[in-house]
Design a protein around this ligand. Sequence first.
Ligand SMILES: NC(=O)c1ccc[n+]([C@@H]2O[C@H](COP(=O)([O-])OP(=O)(O)OC[C@H]3O[C@@H](n4cnc5c(N)ncnc54)[C@H](OP(=O)(O)O)[C@@H]3O)[C@@H](O)[C@H]2O)c1
Length: 357
Amino acid sequence: MLFVSLVLAGVTLLGESYEYCRVGSLGTSRDHFCSMRAVRIHKFGGVEELKVENIPVPKAEAGEVLIRVFSVGVNPADTYIRAGDFGPRTFPLTLGSDAAGVVEEVGDGVTEFKKGDRVYTVGRETGAYAEYTVAVPSRMGHLDDNMTFAQGASIGVPYYTAWKALYFRAQAKPKETILVHGASGAVGIAAVQMAKANGHRVIGTAGTKEGLELVLKQGADLVFNHREEGYVEKIKASTGDKGVDVILEMLANVNLNTDLDLLGHRGRVVIVGCRGEIKINPAMTMGKETSIMGVALTSVTEEEWQVIRSGIQDLHKTGHINPVVAKEYKLDEVAKAHHDIINNSGTFGKLVLDTTR
Ligand SMILES: NC(=O)c1ccc[n+]([C@@H]2O[C@H](COP(=O)([O-])OP(=O)(O)OC[C@H]3O[C@@H](n4cnc5c(N)ncnc54)[C@H](OP(=O)(O)O)[C@@H]3O)[C@@H](O)[C@H]2O)c1
C-alpha cells in the first residue's frame, strides 16, 4: 500500500513537480524520478519549434553516466541543428551538447565517475537541454568545487573548439602572436585564457567598451574594437607591421580579406565562425605563404579528443579555465536564448539555461 501511495503521490523538487516512481520492491528498491522536462523539436525550423516537454528520464546503460543537469550551455550550433543545417536528423530530438550537474547513477564498468560527483559534459548522447542527460565518461570532466554549474556548462564546445583551433589546426607555438578576432564571446574567451596560459602574446577584439574590458581581464595583452574604423591598421602597427602569426576568426564572412592582410610571414587564419560569403583574392596568400584553414569540433578523431581533453583537464587543474557567464535563462525561455545567441552584439561571455527554474 505504501508503495502504491508513493507512486501516486508525486513530489516537489526545487519548486517543480515530478512524477515519482519506485522501481523494485520496498527495502531493496532504487528510487527514480521518472519524468523530466526537456527541450525537444519535432521538426526543423525556427525558435517556435522548441518545445519544453515532460519525457521519461533516460537510463545509464553499461559504460554510461546519468547526470542530474543544473545548467546547460547554449551554443550557436544548437540553433543550426534546430534549423536543420547539420547534425542529427531523427525526431523527436532533445537539443544540446554541453551541460553541468551531479552524477545521479553510473552504468556497469564506469570507474572514472561516481554518484554525487560534480561534472560537466560535452557531446550528446540523449541531449543536454534537459533535467537529466546521459553522457559517456570520455566526454565528461570533473568540475572544481569553486566553479558554478553555469560555468561548468560553459566549458564544452567553446574550450574544446578553441583548443582544437589553436593547437591541432594552427599548430600555434609559444611566443607566437595570436589574434582572437571576436574575443568577447564564448569561444573567444576560452581562446584568450588558454593562449595566455600557454605563453602566447594575445591580441583580442570586441565590439563594445565593456567587451574590451572583459577581454583584457582574461589576460589579453592588447585589445581593439572591431566596430571602430581603422582598427585593422592599429592591430598591424601594434606588431611593428610584422603581422600576427595566428588568427582565430569568429566572423570570416566579414573579416577574411583583412585577416589576410594582417597575417605575418607563414601566418595561419583558422575559420571558427562564418555566416555567409566573402570575396577574396587568393594571391594574397602567396607573398607571405599564409594559410587559410577551417576547424570543426564535430570532425575530431577519438585520438585528438583525448589529447584535447587532457590539455583542458590540465588547464582546469592549474586554474586557467574560468568561463564567463553572460546570462542565465529559465528552461522555458529557451526560444529567447536561441534568438539572443544569434542576434547578440556587445557579447559578454556565455549564455546558459538554468534547469532548476
Ligand atoms: N567551427 C566550430 O567547430 C565551432 C565551434 C563553436 C563555435 N563556432 C562558431 O564560432 C562563432 C563564435 O561562437 P561563440 O560561441 O563564441 O559565439 P558568441 O559567444 O555569440 O560570440 C560571438 C563573437 O563574435 C564577435 N563578433 C561580432 N562581430 C564581429 C566582427 N565584425 N568581427 C569579429 N568578431 C565579431 C562578438 O563580439 P561583439 O559582440 O563584442 O561584437 C563575439 O565576441 C559562431 O559563429 C559559432 O557558430 C564554431
